[in-house]
Design a protein around this ligand. Structure first.
Ligand code: ATP
Ligand code: MG
Length: 614
């Protein structure tokens, strides 16, 4: 713990408080969670447990709850997954997912993969990826999702650490897997490579219907240890009962984003579904008639907790858009599917903002009824902008790979303040504490901590129990590594990562509020703020910024921007130094990597950058 809060005494709630101006009063909104305060009073996770079949039968498997039970109900023909990209436009009902994940389960079984084995997934966002994860879960094995943009080192680290015995991937991505360094990895299931059998087995019609994914290669001879997804699926049986597990058996291993250092593998257990289910219901406010679009890739925890387990245990229809980000494609997706609930990230909202209003106006976004955000703090400017184009304010959800589920949120039926992260999810307790674990009074910055025991908390850091114990080094609390303060009304305000908090002239400044003040300036698109060693001030604030379309760097603009922050935030919180950049270093999940900015500034090595975007 490099930062000390205990001796602070200083307060930095410099945010200008602003209530969201609602078109409708939250009280008039027909939300699943009607009244936050009441819900907190009599909340009992046991009641949520009773929503699952395992509660009656004692037989546990998330695939039963997310797929099979819907396939045996009126939701059987309901679309679970709408998939689209430049070349594909497909729909899968719950029944389809049952059938396909059963087939894939049998493919894995045939390879000898069994309960508890780890199986990697390295695929673009595509139906095969979702079917893959479900098939792995079905047989009680543990999925280890990899983001498709990972290069060799990132893949090696995760596959080596998890001891994965197999991987589902495609011809293009396979080239990046360093098999010689992964002795445990025995099998590769290749999507879009039909292998040698293909010609004799498939009819012309079947051939035409087979997706080549993005491998672009139909007749690639399979190498040792490889099987073709399409071939194996075509002959696999449709019967594959879920492997019955206990609530403590593995659900998934997710590696963290690597924003603050080397990525950690959080092992989650089956019981986590209880948290996914209830937060999807109350924070995402999902309903049976929703068309839900979560833009996160299953390579990150948001793409599974809220791209697979949460929405599907609730029986919701989800949209998945393959391919890269593009403002027009994104708006078009909302219009095409009449998306009602949209879950995305601040980086995406800032990119949409950067693309301007004209493109937004070309599309009909009126189907939307609720928007949520995660991953980074949402700059007030981005919130206002989304609200301007959709009429809806994005609601923050704060959580971590390790927490498995959303823990601090702004709820649809609750009035909230622009810039505030929200309030603890009913049935959980999060607060702000000093180094000794004493809760701090309102307005004082400290460690964001959570009372252990929420349903989706990780079981361990895979292969690193010592690291796991570090999260509990303040007695009685789970230590998030984030800093925050509370206000008089019980709202938690995120300030930044503990290690990123800047101590300047005896004051603590969270980088987030400086960044938010910066992007409020009309010329600034994105900002990353760090503290650099300063003999007089302790630390001096330095900002790295990118400019919006139509603006060029100049010394005058620097002075203007600094003045702007002084006037809008506080003199002591204004940057002393500004660096213009074309791009900021970000993780592939879109988070600004302040540790890289610090390293750049000091001319030091950047450390592990395997999760950094190009
Ligand atoms: P690593 O742990 O590997 O350094 P990471 O912390 O970015 O990477 P994740 O688990 O993906 O990995 O992200 C969790 C972190 O993201 C939180 O600790 C917090 O700093 C940030 N975060 C998530 N949601 C929010 C939010 N709504 N507001 C502010 N910060 C958020
Ligand atoms: Mg983290």
């Amino acid at each position: 713990m490099s930062e000390k809060f205990v001796d602070s005494g200083s307060t930095v709630p410099t945010f200008i408080e602003e209530k969201v101006e609602w078109e409708r009063k939250p009280a008039d909104i027909d939300a699943n969670l009607k009244n936050y305060d009441e819900a907190c009073q009599d909340f009992d996770w046991k009641e949520v447990e009773a929503r699952f079949d395992w509660h009656k039968t004692g037989r546990v498997n998330v695939v039963h709850e997310a797929v099979d039970r819907h396939a045996a109900s009126w939701r059987k023909n309901k679309v679970a997954l709408y998939y689209t990209d430049e070349g594909r436009d497909e729909k899968y009902t719950f029944q389809d997912l049952k059938l396909l994940s059963s087939k894939f389960g049998n493919v894995l079984k045939k390879l000898g993969i069994k309960k508890g084995d780890r199986v990697g997934t390295l695929l673009p966002r595509s139906p095969e990826l979702y079917i893959g994860v479900l098939g792995i879960n079905r047989i009680g094995a543990i999925p280890v999702p990899l983001f498709e943009a990972f290069m060799e080192q990132a893949i090696e680290d995760r596959m080596e650490n998890s001891g994965a015995v197999a991987i589902i991937t495609n011809q293009r991505l396979k080239q990046r897997i360093p098999y010689d360094k992964l002795p445990a990895m025995k099998h590769t299931i290749l999507v879009g490579a039909k292998g040698e059998m293909a010609e004799s087995v498939l009819s012309e019609e079947e051939e035409a219907s087979i997706s080549v994914g993005d491998s672009g290669a139909l007749y690639v001879p399979l190498e040792k240890g490889e099987v073709s997804y399409e071939e194996e699926m075509s002959s696999a049986s449709e019967d594959c009962d879920p492997e019955w597990l206990t609530l403590d058996d593995g659900l998934i291993i997710h590696y963290t984003s690597g924003s603050t250092g080397r990525s950690k593998g959080a092992l989650h257990r089956q019981y986590a579904m209880v948290g996914h289910y209830q937060t999807s219901k109350w924070a995402l406010d999902l309903r049976d008639d929703d068309i839900y679009w979560n833009t996160a890739d299953p390579g990150w925890v948001t793409g599974t907790s809220y791209g697979i387990y949460g929405p599907w245990t609730l029986g919701i229809s989800s949209v998945v858009l393959g391919g890269k980000f593009g403002a027009a494609r994104w708006y078009k997706t909302i219009e095409k599917y009449k998306v009602t609930m949209w879950y995305s990230a601040p980086t995406a909202y800032r990119l949409l903002m950067g693309a301007g209003e004209k493109v937004a106006q070309r599309y009909n976004l009126s189907s939307l009824r609720h928007i949520c955000t995660v991953g980074e703090p949402l700059n007030p400017e981005a919130l206002r902008w989304v609200r301007k184009i959709t009429g809806l304010a994005p609601h923050e959800t704060w959580w971590m790979t390790e927490t498995g589920m959303q823990l601090i949120c702004n709820y649809r039926s609750m009035d909230f303040k622009v810039g505030a992260t929200g309030k603890p999810f009913p049935g959980t307790y999060a607060t702000v504490a000093d180094d000794e674990g004493n809760e701090l009074p309102a307005g004082q910055m400290g460690h964001l901590v959570v009372k252990p025991g929420w349903p989706s908390m990780m079981q361990t850091i895979w292969g690193n129990e010592e690291k796991f114990q570090e999260y509990f080094k303040i007695k009685g609390w789970y230590l998030t590594g984030d800093s925050a303060y509370k206000d008089e009304d019980g709202f938690i305000w995120y300030a930044g990562r503990v290690d990123d908090v800047i101590k300047t002239c005896g004051e603590r400044v969270g980088p987030f509020e400086v960044e938010s003040a910066l992007v409020q300036h009309p010329a600034v698109a994105e900002a990353g703020v760090i503290g650099k060693p300063d003999p007089v001030r302790g630390q001096a604030i330095k900002a790295f910024i990118t400019l919006r379309e139509g603006h060029t760097p100049s010394d005058e603009l620097k002075r203007e921007v600094i003045q702007f922050v002084k006037e809008n935030l506080a003199t002591h919180a204004a940057p002393r130094e500004i660096d213009f950049r074309d791009k900021l270093p970000k993780t592939r999940s879109g988070k600004i990597m302040r540790r890289v900015l610090k390293a750049w500034d000091l001319g030091q090595p950047t450390g592990d950058i395997s999760t950094m975007d190009d």
